[in-house]
Design a binder for this molecule. Structure first.
Ligand SMILES: [Zn+2]
Ligand SMILES: [Zn+2]
Length: 218
């Protein structure tokens, strides 16, 4: 693995700016990987051995993904929407796993570790670089059972929604009133369809909703 400053520079570039979250995320990811004995997690063969659970979709998450190489699209990055700045690093080969939580108290310690910086953002960035890990994080060894349907690799599970015909992968279907349903049918959608009767795209979307059309990618 590259050194801290090189990783921080790369992560700030990928994220779009240097921020306290990048410092925290890079340090969290480096420590997480060290604890589960992966020194090159973003390259083969180790890239297949790592799964990272992140519990918040904020700045540090990008840094963790950058350092570890864990990605949503590889199924190696799992988002658990807890609103907690924490991540769990799992070595699939050995089963070793550690959950690292960012201490709320570290915010108050920023002044102690970088008293010469007045600007709050700059002070946090420098302080989080200097702070010992025990001030920055609470670390706990844990056990994580990764379901077969959450593992990377080819699709192993497919179901068809009995209401709309949509193919659902990875056991994300729902049983409701003895029917196998996709989540939009069973639980509602985060979007509302705009029906434009004279518009081709609108017709297509309606057809899709009624199961006459399936998405193409497998
Ligand atoms: Zn940021
Ligand atoms: Zn459906």
């Amino acid at each position: 693995m590259e050194d801290f400053e090189t990783l921080l520079k790369g992560s700030a570039e990928a994220h779009g700016h240097l921020c306290p979250g990048q410092v925290v995320g890079v340090r969290m990811a480096m420590e997480g990987c060290r604890l589960i004995d992966l020194d090159n997690p973003d390259r083969l063969p180790q890239i297949k051995k790592l799964i990272v659970y992140v519990e918040m979709d904020r700045c540090a998450t990008d840094a963790i993904s950058f350092v570890t190489g864990a990605r949503l699209g590889r199924r190696s990055l799992k988002f658990v929407d807890n609103g907690i700045m924490a991540a769990t690093f799992v070595n699939l080969e050995t089963g070793k796993a550690f959950r690292i939580v960012s201490n709320e108290t570290s915010r108050d310690l920023a002044e102690k570790y970088a008293p010469e910086i007045m600007d709050k953002n700059g002070q946090q960035i420098l302080a989080y670089k200097r702070m010992p890990l025990e001030d920055l994080f609470a670390i706990q060894e844990v056990q994580v059972t990764v379901n077969a349907s959450d593992m990377p690799g080819p699709t192993r599970f497919k179901a068809v929604c009995q209401n709309c015909g949509q193919v659902v992968r990875d056991k994300r279907e729902v049983m409701k009133d003895d029917q196998t349903l996709c989540r939009p049918c069973a639980m509602g959608t985060y979007y509302q369809a705009i029906e434009k009767k004279d518009n081709k795209q609108g017709k297509k979307m309606q057809a899709h909703a009624h199961g006459e059309k399936q998405s193409l990618c497998s």
